[in-house]
Ligand binder design. Structure first.
Ligand SMILES: Nc1nc2c(ncn2[C@@H]2O[C@H](COP(=O)(O)OP(=O)(O)OP(=O)(O)O)[C@@H](O)[C@H]2O)c(=O)[nH]1
Ligand SMILES: [Mg+2]
Ligand SMILES: [Zn+2]
Length: 322
């Protein structure tokens, strides 16, 4: 069975570069990748994870990609990337970078300490909506005083996220059980600002011991403990992905009209605006602004929408100029 499966996974590479093996990109370090060859799922041996490079710099390769590799002088070379189901982006200063591909759900991890930015979770919810993946909001460190964080968790539930309250430190067994139920048979991308406990939570689920803040504080200079996104097979059908803490999801690929549709509180306004193409800015007869004035939509959420709209317009005009 195993031999047949791996023989199936091999095929002649169309460019005549010899045997081609299918696999999954599980990590990326600059221009180098780690690929778990499909044979790894059968034997579950670490030896079937191989180092690889991409064929040419133009081939965009992301953690989570399904790829086909050839072998050249002992080195695996990624020749092609299969079409992705979805792709998520993170944003740094002025650049947007791919984060991971082919995920089923996003686990947004936050905690009372370090103080979370509400906009991180808001942006994550939009990114999830745009990629058509389910959001799960996880409040970790419930052993700390967490009234404000609980309020945020309730808000995220109203905005459509499934929610969990966990303490990896004081109640690891319950945390593991709840995570297992959420992550089983699915591909779950764990995201959140640095120090929220993503790696600590993942250590409850998988065999590898990921570095966490407490273990590696000595000797590290940066603020992030996890430095690279990493895919781990979880059971026969699922995977969990650890990612380094980052500030925000990249949403520049969304068009202005998409934004309000992806915010459930704005989309829920029952009356249509006077103009069908209303951007909910200064237009007369805007029902979104009316709902803000009545207190049905929070001012912070509306300001967040305006900020995203400005960013989307800037990204669009940048694209148009290229
Ligand atoms: N009090 C408390 N501390 C926790 C809990 N879970 C994790 N921590 C601590 O929070 C710190 C950060 O944990 P990490 O798992 O490294 O956080 P991370 O989100 O992976 O951080 P980055 O890799 O930098 O993005 C460590 O000191 C953990 O021991 C918890 O449930 N309660
Ligand atoms: Mg980490
Ligand atoms: Zn409007």
């Amino acid at each position: 069975m195993a031999a047949a499966a791996s023989a199936d996974a091999r095929r002649r590479d169309g460019r005549g570069r010899g045997e081609s093996e299918a696999g999954r990109v599980v990590a990326r370090f600059g221009q180098r990748y780690i690929v778990a060859l499909d044979s790894a799922h059968v034997g579950a041996s670490a030896a079937t994870e191989v180092d690889a490079i991409g064929r040419g710099r133009r081939l965009a390769i992301v953690v989570g990609d399904r790829v086909h590799c050839s072998r050249e002088r002992g080195l695996h070379v990624i020749e092609s990337v299969e079409a992705r189901r979805n792709l998520l982006f993170r944003a740094d200063a002025n650049r947007t970078k791919p984060l991971a591909a082919n995920v089923d759900q996003i686990a947004i991890v936050f905690a009372p300490q370090p103080p979370p930015q509400p906009q991180f979770a808001w942006r994550a919810l939009l990114a999830a909506g745009a990629a058509e993946v389910a959001p799960v909001a996880i409040l970790n460190k419930t052993d700390l005083e967490c009234d404000a964080a609980l309020t945020q968790l309730e808000e995220l539930a109203r905005l459509g996220a499934r929610t969990l309250r966990l303490s990896a430190r004081t109640n690891p067994q319950s945390a593991a059980l709840q995570l297992e139920q959420v992550c089983r048979d699915r591909v779950t991308l764990f995201v959140g600002q640095s120090g929220m406990g993503k790696s600590t939570l993942l250590n409850l689920l998988i065999d590898s011991q990921l570095r966490t803040g407490a273990l590696s504080r000595r000797g590290t200079h940066g603020r992030q403990t996890t430095t690279a996104t990493r895919w781990f097979a979880y059971g026969p059908h699922g995977a969990v992905i650890d990612s380094p803490g980052f500030h925000e999801f990249g949403l520049g690929h969304l068009s202005a009209p998409d934004l309000a549709g992806l915010m459930p509180d704005l989309a829920a306004v029952s009356q249509p605006c006077r103009f069908a193409d209303c951007q909910h800015l200064e237009e007369p007869g805007c029902q979104v602004r009316a709902a803000v004035a009545r207190g049905e939509i929070g001012r912070a959420r509306y300001e967040f929408y305006r900020q995203l709209l400005t960013q989307a317009c800037e990204a669009n005009s940048l694209r148009a100029r290229r």
